[in-house]
Design a protein around this ligand. Structure first.
Ligand code: ADP
Length: 170
């Protein structure tokens, strides 16, 4: 009998994708046969970086990794998981506060869909303070957030002047 492949989704806002996300994804690749990164898209809530940008950075990062794909989604995370035939939801943990937040969501997801298990990976001490919210705040206040962005990406996009210029071009 062939064993069912272990497929995980890694859902989040990824606004933007940080070194913290990269660490969790790379660790997840040691466990799963395939990971689909789900970029959450909320029609009523605006993001800092446009959806297309958030997706395109992830595509660039994992262009050479056939086990990783990316898709946007709206609505329930468990529905996104089912659509992609995933049996796991991968999430990262930084702090006890993350754990409490994640626990509630994971237990709700399990109630909604029994066959889908949430798996949490703990981040490293150095990456614990890295959050997309702080990265956005640094950029908004004119700082250089590039050290929190994966090395393979064009870091010039993570300075305020370039972000504003790019947004004005649209
Ligand atoms: P959300 O908007 O759902 O909180 P995020 O884009 O902020 O999504 O994060 C997606 C996932 O990555 C979450 O599980 C989050 O806990 C995890 N994550 C974010 N930053 C880090 C980090 N520095 N280390 C480990 N996990 C992280």
């Amino acid at each position: 009998m062939t064993k069912r492949k272990n497929i995980a989704i890694f859902p989040g806002s990824f606004d933007p994708f940080t070194t913290g996300h990269e660490f969790i994804l790379n660790k997840g690749l040691e466990l799963f046969d395939k990971i689909i990164i789900g970029v959450g898209h909320n029609a009523t809530k605006s993001s800092f970086f446009p959806l297309e940008k958030r997706i395109s950075w992830i595509e660039q990062l994992f262009a050479e990794e056939p086990k990783v794909s990316v898709a946007s989604y709206q609505g329930l995370t468990v529905d996104f998981a089912k659509k992609h035939n995933a049996n796991y939801i991968l999430r990262g943990l930084r702090t006890a506060a993350d754990f409490e937040y994640e626990r509630a969501i994971a237990q709700m997801n399990k109630t909604l869909s029994k066959g889908i298990e949430s798996v949490f990976l703990l981040t490293t001490p150095e990456l614990t303070p890295v959050t997309s919210t702080i990265v956005r705040d640094i950029i908004r206040h004119g700082g250089d957030a590039s050290m929190f962005i994966p090395n393979a990406l064009d870091k010039s996009e993570f300075h305020l002047k370039n972000t504003v210029a790019a947004q004005n071009k649209k």
